[in-house]
Design a protein around this ligand. Structure first.
Ligand code: 9MR
Length: 377
């Protein structure tokens, strides 16, 4: 995939509740959890914007890491733990353990959950891709299996997921862009499968917000070609009555391309279709000396990285329908970037030792200003 384009941590909140007159220690429930006043989630609260993170790595056992997840964010996305490969490694045998654990964590910390992702070409179970490749799974069977996957997963989590990424990364990066005819799902089941998955999803959990999620769909490609293609598609789907509730722009930026100033207007035009929008996987990468320390090679990148994050947050804050802003992980050591983009890194908001980077103060300041000026959502 070619993608063009805090802070003091409060002390752990020990919660003691009175049950039947006796004090009992308990896992805090959402109503009781109080994040630090200068946390990103608390500062965003007056605007109604949820600040999120992908939980990558999936580590709910290391104190310092867990505390940041709980304190700083009001919505969480499992980076991998709801993907088909993880939840059904063997056909017919589900493993919800990790995802259930995150949902419980979120409930205990007053957080919502973004479910990610139901229909994608990547991270599919081997039994499925192998069966399609050797012809033992026909296209009709493949369609039934996808239907079952969506219904079973959404039913398992019914009522617990705020936003579901129902379909992920279906459009080409070319100009003009289109639904990728070579996509695993499209090549076997046709482009109409995109409408089907949203209909199935709505039937399975009518209250969840159903999102189409992709990268470079808010002008990050410099041409707006992919955004235009997704816009035309979603408009036609809505006209046909397909239950799509939102568009997620992943928001993977790179300082070498500059900030995409059309991001806000692109979010707004989706919003004008009566859709919610969200930044779902924000990070801003740059060239670094090495993957271990992730020090930018160009000192100006230390200013460009916070600037681009700030602009992206500002764009979301300015669009009332933008309901969440999620980082794709919060520590440089755990980011997907160095493994994917040769020579790049420094893409998140905490450094390789989980110390806050300058960007956090910039974002805090932006949220403080927004509490007075941004539309409440
Ligand atoms: O962060 C995820 C990483 O741990 C996985 O190895 C990778 C596999 O493709 O997927 C990463 O998350 C992706 C997300 O699901 C969809 N958008 C792009 C993300 C970064 O690759």
């Amino acid at each position: 995939m070619k993608v063009r384009r805090l802070t003091t941590v409060g002390a752990a909140l020990a919660v003691t509740v009175l049950i039947g007159g006796t004090a009992a220690s308990a896992v805090p429930n959402g109503a009781q959890f109080r994040p630090p006043a200068d946390s990103l989630r608390a500062l965003a609260q007056p605007t109604g914007l949820r600040i999120g993170t992908a939980v990558i790595p999936f580590d709910l056992d290391t104190d310092g890491y867990v505390q940041l997840v709980g304190d700083q964010f009001s919505v969480v996305t499992p980076g991998n733990e709801m993907k088909w490969q993880v939840v059904e490694p063997t056909q017919g045998s589900y493993d919800w353990t990790a995802a259930d654990r995150l949902v419980s964590f979120a409930q205990a910390h007053g957080q919502l959950v973004r479910g990610h992702t139901l229909t994608w070409h990547n991270q599919l179970p081997n039994w499925l891709t192998a069966g399609v490749a050797d012809g033992s799974i026909s296209n009709d069977q493949l369609k039934s299996l996808l239907h079952k996957h969506i219904v079973d997963e959404m039913t398992h989590f019914k009522g617990k997921i705020w936003q579901w990424d129902v379909a992920n990364e279906f459009f080409t990066d070319s100009n003009p862009s289109q639904i990728n005819p070579n996509d695993f799902w499209v090549s076997h089941l046709g482009a109409g499968i995109l409408g089907d998955v949203f209909r199935w999803a709505h039937a399975a959990d009518p209250k969840a917000l159903l999102f189409y999620n992709d990268y470079n769909i808010a002008g990050e490609d410099g041409t707006n070609a992919k955004s235009d293609a997704v816009y035309a598609w979603v408009k036609s789907q809505l006209a046909a009555g397909v239950p799509i509730n939102g568009i997620g722009d992943q928001g993977h930026l790179d300082t070498q391309y500059g900030y995409p100033y059309s991001l806000q207007s692109n979010l707004q035009r989706f919003a004008n279709l009566h859709l919610k929008v969200a930044i779902t996987e924000a990070d801003v990468r740059t060239f670094v000396t090495d993957a271990a320390s992730q020090v930018p090679t160009d000192h100006l990148a230390e200013f460009a990285q916070p600037y681009e994050f700030e602009q992206m947050l500002k764009a979301c804050l300015a669009v009332q329908a933008c309901i969440s802003f999620t980082f794709w992980g919060f520590g440089d050591a755990d980011s997907w970037v160095p493994g994917f983009f040769k020579g790049e890194g420094y893409a998140t908001i905490y450094d390789v030792n989980l110390n806050p980077k300058p960007v956090i103060q910039v974002l805090q300041q932006e949220l403080r200003l927004a509490a007075r000026a941004a539309p409440v959502r």
